[in-house]
Design a protein around this ligand. Structure first.
Ligand code: S3P
Length: 470
């Protein structure tokens, strides 16, 4: 896969409304950064991983659609979210960084986006791109969406289909509904009842965000519940959202259209999907004992913790609290003897981003771990099912893909010594480096640069608890 330039957070303090300051067509400047992880004794200390990525995107987008000044603390300042902040400025909001993780957004009101002067560049981020497609679909503006080589391979038809039903029009798209594409938002959006074709919070959120500007009720039905941060945050900003069960595992979410969204304070807790990497590292490096602080514990995000506990992991909740509508906790994690388990397909939505690092834990467990129903992994930042299997094989672990299932034969240890191809995928890079902290020989990744999309400071934070990353 060829790389294109990524938009980097440049430390600029204010992003004014104005021509979008993105680098969609800037010359490529590849900054490939290989990295190696090796054994280095037990991990110890306290660690707070950066803010939750899902909440950070949503806080910026809802802040931009609200009236008044939204104050966000704990915002993830990773490249994915920084790109969303720039896109919100390009669509007319005033977005200002006032301190570390502290941001203010002056919104334009529901339906009030203005037409951007240039292509919107989402870099590596499917979440930013798909959520903003929904938000734009409900406004009478035309915008072109683009991203890096990884994002250009990812399916966007799953968003274009429902927003077309609501009145938005795809003016131009690359074959198969891929980026770059141009979307004309609806002048008079139509509320719909939509059943999502996959358990995807991105699809659900895009429909709800488009439905904000529609009169009447927009309903999304999903047969398996996906993360509900959009619903929770919409309520926090004053919208009326009803949510209840639909069938044994599904949910039906209804938004009352044309609310006046009012600016709100948002506190973003630590990202459980980022916490997953030090968590598994601590479990597999003998003698380790670490406290992870302020981790978001939304039950639709804690599938990994449930699975690791079933595997015999020592993960103790030492302080639990609620903030801004989302539960959070400090977690004490200790090195543990793990055993193989079967992970049901139904659990996938609550841990969809955690399979690469769970597969590493499975390699260090005794016995076989079967992870079922991983079809959606094929359309993440990389084909994560194939990339996870290749990562393990490169390091001497026996692994199979059977249909949509991943099967790892754990031996309590891993030989290591491999070079892992990360395919522009931050989670493959971090999972491989976690493996190298416990394997018999070091593990090297071809490119750790994409870690900055979701977990800036990963290497330094891990070194701070004793990890050898070079
Ligand atoms: C996200 C939803 C998930 C997840 C992604 C973040 C979100 O994607 O993989 O990293 O913030 O809505 P899908 O909902 O498409 O599975």
């Amino acid at each position: 896969m060829t790389r294109r330039a990524r938009t980097c957070y440049d430390g600029a303090r204010i992003f004014h409304p104005g021509p979008t300051p993105v680098t969609a067509h800037a010359p490529a400047s590849p900054k490939i950064a290989p990295m190696t992880a090796a054994r280095n004794g037990p991990l110890h200390g306290r660690l707070r991983v950066p803010g939750d990525k899902s909440m950070s995107h949503r806080a910026l987008i809802l802040g931009a659609l609200a009236v008044g000044k939204t104050r966000i603390s704990g915002l993830l300042e990773g490249e994915d979210v920084i790109n969303t902040s720039k896109v919100m400025a390009a669509l007319g909001a005033r977005v200002e960084r006032v301190g570390e993780g502290s941001w203010e957004v002056n919104g334009v009101g529901v339906g009030g986006f203005r037409e951007p002067g240039a292509t919107l560049d989402f870099g590596n981020s499917g979440t930013g791109c798909r959520l903003v497609m929904g938000a734009v679909a409900g406004c009478p503006v035309t915008a072109t969406f683009d991203g890096d080589a990884s994002l250009r391979t990812r399916p966007m038809q799953r968003i274009l289909d429902p927003v077309a039903l609501m009145g938005a029009r795809t003016v131009a798209a690359t074959v198969g509904g891929r980026l770059p594409l141009t979307l004309a938002g609806a002048r008079d959006p139509i509320p719909i009842v939509y059943r999502t074709p996959a358990a995807s919070a991105q699809i659900k959120s895009a429909v709800l965000l488009a439905g904000l500007a529609a009169p009447g009720e927009t309903t999304v039905i999903e047969s398996e519940a996906s993360r509900d941060h959009t619903e929770l945050m919409l309520r926090h900003f004053g919208a009326e959202v009803a949510s209840g069960p639909d069938g044994p595992h599904g949910r039906r979410v209804t938004l009352k259209g044309q609310p006046e969204l009012l600016a709100a304070a948002v506190t973003v807790p630590a990202d459980p999907s980022s916490a997953a990497f030090p968590m598994v590292a601590v479990l597999i490096v003998p003698g380790s004992d670490v406290i992870l602080t302020g981790v978001m514990m939304n039950p639709l995000r804690t599938g990994l913790i449930a699975t690791l506990r079933e595997m015999g992991a020592s993960i103790e909740t030492v302080a639990a609290r609620d903030d801004a509508g989302e539960p959070m906790a400090d977690l004490r994690v200790r090195a543990s003897a793990l055993r193989g388990v079967e992970v049901p397909a139904l659990r996938a939505p609550s841990m969809i981003d955690e399979y690469p690092v769970l597969a590493v834990a499975a390699a260090f467990a005794e016995g076989t771990t079967v992870m079922r129903g991983l079809k959606e992994l094929r359309v993440k930042e990389s084909d994560r099912l194939a990339a996870t299997a290749a990562m393990l094989r490169q390091n001497g672990v026996i692994v199979e893909i059977a249909g949509d299932d991943l099967i790892v034969h754990g031996k309590g240890t891993a030989p290591g010594g491999g070079l892992v191809a990360t395919h522009m995928d931050h989670r493959i890079a971090m999972a491989a480096l976690v493996m190298g902290l416990a394997s018999q020989r070091p593990v090297r990744v071809d490119d750790a640069a994409f870690i900055a999309t979701s977990f800036p400071g990963f290497a330094d934070l891990m070194r701070g608890i004793g990890a050898a990353l070079s």
